[in-house]
Write a new protein. Structure first.
Ligand code: E4P
Length: 217
């Protein structure tokens, strides 16, 4: 399972990249707005900086909701850097735009996916990634990881090439359950990635080793 970081924060992207485990980045308009970037020039410069840090794909989401706007914006975003994946909402216009970009060989991430039916249309349109939102489903008492499992099963049964990118991950247990579900990618906040390291026996064991090592110096 690949690891993407779900943030537009440069410092956090650098930290994850320095850990040596980062395969890519996902952003969305809310995450970009949080970084205080404003206007096309600043936004594009921010994406250029992110692309300069990571080796893998960087999802950049369109702001438009109509087909023509998505195509115009997506083409501009894709021209920033070959690492850019155009992120498009799973709507009628969004699916049309996914088809347009996939036929041009431009990578896409079909986002805001909450059902197997939506994931099916994203795959049929040729999306590179499909993003089921786990946390937001859990927030309304549904089972987000069960949706990931279902999509993975359908894609494997029918041989769809679209990669299942588990999104809206909130904690380490989501990540572990996504591994079991067979997700191709998990996009996670830095805190959830670092949380995977936490174990009291590691802390306790290290404390003892450090003490014993000191006796030999
Ligand atoms: C990533 O592609 C999504 O935009 C993101 O994971 C949404 O996460 P949230 O539900 O925590 O906002």
């Amino acid at each position: 399972m690949k690891f993407f970081i779900d943030t537009a924060n440069i410092e956090q992207i650098r930290q994850a990249q320095n850990m040596g485990i980062l395969d890519g980045v996902t952003t969305n308009p809310s995450l970009m707005a949080k970084e205080g970037v404003k206007g096309k020039e600043e936004i594009f410069e921010h994406y250029r900086t992110i692309c300069g840090i990571v080796d893998g794909p960087v999802s950049a989401e369109v702001f438009s909701t109509d087909y023509e706007g998505m195509i115009r914006e997506g083409e501009e975003l894709a021209s920033i850097d070959p690492k850019i994946t155009v992120k498009l909402p799973c709507t009628k216009d969004g699916i049309r735009a996914v088809k347009y970009f996939s036929s041009k060989g431009i990578a896409t991430n079909c986002t805001l996916v909450f059902s197997v039916g939506q994931a099916l249309l994203a795959a049929k349109a040729g999306a590179t990634f499909v993003s089921p939102f786990i946390g937001r489903l859990d927030d309304i008492s549904e089972d987000g990881v069960a949706l990931v499992e279902h999509i993975v099963k359908v894609y494997r049964t029918y041989g769809f090439k679209t990669q299942v990118l588990a999104a809206s991950i909130r904690h380490t247990n989501h990540i572990i359950r996504c591994l079991d579900a067979g997700a191709d990618v998990a996009t996670c906040p830095l805190k959830a990635i670092e949380g995977l390291l936490n174990h009291p026996l590691t802390d306790k064991g290290l404390e003892i080793f450090v003490k014993d090592a000191a006796k030999m110096q």
